[in-house]
Design a protein around this ligand. Structure first.
Ligand code: C2E
Ligand code: CA
Ligand code: CA
Ligand code: CA
Length: 280
């Protein structure tokens, strides 16, 4: 692995083969990261078709003093494989809920705003996941109506009934539930009938080629129409160009996220006094 450089991905490129020692170093360092103040959250805005702010997604960042910034695409899988993810996920929830509470206290949240938090399958499957979530909400005194939990289809695979009952519990409190990276998982569409999910996020891989590839447009249109008929809200992720934006705002897609609209940024850079959220 190459050290140094200013790129976030300087040390461990996602495509690099990671040796066992590299993995062990990462694991060890990651286990200590929260206690060493190396973790923080960035927030990426979610907009509607009128570019009104509707929410944000919390995205974990890890800055290590010598490794530099390590991409979540590298360290999240390491955390998942090593069991660190539960603790990491708890930290994320605690931090995100706390941040949302201070935004709310400062009167900064527009009507209907929800903060999205990513939850790994391993974390979601944990026996005490909903209990811990409840404790965190109570500790910060945050109304659950400000939260949306993003899970992936793989969270539904191992124990569908357990997933279903956890979703019901969260929904009972007023939390919304989103299926992330929709269209890329292994599960069948049948679960959509049996789960009370509120939102589908159309994976970036479909959005990326929407202008150049007719098949991508066909898939996106089909997913959007499916969601519409099931009465589930849709989010297009990874909107990067004017062309993608124009195409998507002429579909039933409700919400949009991507560099074209706003990049992930630290909380303190998020709301500029007297202005709306910073659009790039
Ligand atoms: P994700 O949940 O699908 O998050 C979207 C990713 O796409 C983020 O990458 C975001 O920065 C990036 N993105 C947003 N808009 C654009 C765009 O227009 N173009 C491009 N090329 N990328 C865009 P990030 O932050 O590197 O996170 C990668 C993945 O790591 C996330 O994918 C998620 O699966 C995972 N992750 C990040 N934070 C957390 C966390 O707190 N908990 C868990 N369990 N997973 C997380
Ligand atoms: Ca996500
Ligand atoms: Ca996603
Ligand atoms: Ca993704």
């Amino acid at each position: 692995a190459k050290l140094g450089g200013r790129s976030r991905f300087a040390f461990f490129e996602p495509h690099m083969h990671k040796s066992l020692t590299e993995r062990m170093v990462l694991e060890e360092e990651l286990a200590a990261a929260a206690g060493n103040n190396q973790l923080h959250l960035h927030y990426q805005p979610k907009f509607d078709g009128q570019k009104k702010l509707r929410g944000a997604e919390a995205l974990l960042r890890w800055h290590h003093p010598t490794l530099g910034s390590v991409s979540p695409e590298i360290f999240i899988p390491v955390a998942e494989d090593s069991g660190i993810i539960e603790e990491l996920g708890r930290w994320v929830l605690w931090e995100a809920v706390g941040q949302c509470k201070s935004w709310q206290r400062m009167g900064m949240l527009p009507e209907g705003f929800r903060l999205a938090v990513n939850v790994s399958p391993e974390q979601f499957r944990g026996e005490f996941f909903t209990d811990e979530l409840q404790t965190i909400l109570l500790s910060h005194d945050l109304d659950p109506k400000y939260l949306i939990i993003e899970i992936t289809e793989s969270s539904l695979l191992e124990d569908f009934q357990d997933a279903r009952s956890k979703i019901q519990i969260m929904k009972g409190w007023g939390i919304k539930v989103s299926i992330d990276d929709f269209g890329t998982g292994y599960s069948s569409l049948a679960y959509l009938n049996e789960l009370d999910v509120d939102e589908l996020k159309i994976d970036r891989s479909f959005i990326r080629s929407i202008e150049s590839n007719e098949d991508s447009r066909t898939i996106v249109d089909a997913l959007l129409s499916l969601a519409k008929h099931l009465n589930i809200q849709t989010v297009a992720e990874g909107v990067e160009t004017q062309g993608q934006w124009e195409y998507l705002t002429n579909t039933p897609c409700a919400l949009f996220q991507g560099y074209f609209l706003g990049k992930p940024a630290p909380a303190e850079r998020w709301f500029i006094p007297g202005e709306d959220v910073a659009l790039n």
